[in-house]
Write a protein that binds this ligand. Structure first.
Ligand code: HEC
Length: 127
């Protein structure tokens, strides 16, 4: 008897599970990435100092941190470097003169104004 009750219980639970999976709202079509669209999801710094800075410290703020992509790679410490050097490095990533894929993706989303703010911030940070 209790066996039958349990079977009934599981049947109802399964049916509810199937219904709620079916009833999930679909993502709106305009939010879905289009075929061929390149969207470096983790490298878009957004063009504001705060957003960009929050992203930069993820990699550059941890001494000795190594990124896993595209290979285990030493991340240079940028705090305390000359602001002019940081700025020209960022511009070189944006233009493609420097080819590191992650930094290129990040720099591509930064305006010159934000780059200058970042360069001044990190350039002054080591002093
Ligand atoms: C996903 C990790 C990651 C993030 C996030 C990141 N960087 Fe980098 N960055 C690197 C790596 C790895 C290198 C070394 C690339 C190379 O060898 O060209 C680098 C190099 C640099 C360099 C050149 C340093 C030098 O000594 O030549 C600068 C400047 C720099 N990043 C600034 C920034 C700024 C500013 C941000 C935030 C907008 C940022 N990075 C975000 C990983 C990252």
């Amino acid at each position: 008897m209790s066996q039958l009750f349990l079977k009934g219980f599981f049947a109802v639970a399964l049916a509810l599970g199937a219904y709620s999976a079916w009833a999930q709202p679909k993502p709106p079509a305009d939010k879905a990435p289009k075929a061929g669209e390149s969207r470096p999801a983790t490298t878009n710094a957004g063009d504001s100092f705060d957003n960009a800075h929050a992203l930069c410290i993820g990699c550059h703020g941890i001494p000795g941190y190594k990124t896993a992509y595209p290979e285990v790679y030493h991340v240079p410490l940028i705090a305390g470097q000359q602001p002019g050097y940081i700025l020209s490095a960022l511009k070189a990533y944006k233009s493609g003169e420097r080819s590191h894929p992650t930094m290129r993706g990040i720099a591509a989303s930064l305006s010159e104004e934000t780059m200058k703010q970042l360069a001044d911030y990190y350039g002054g940070a080591g002093k």
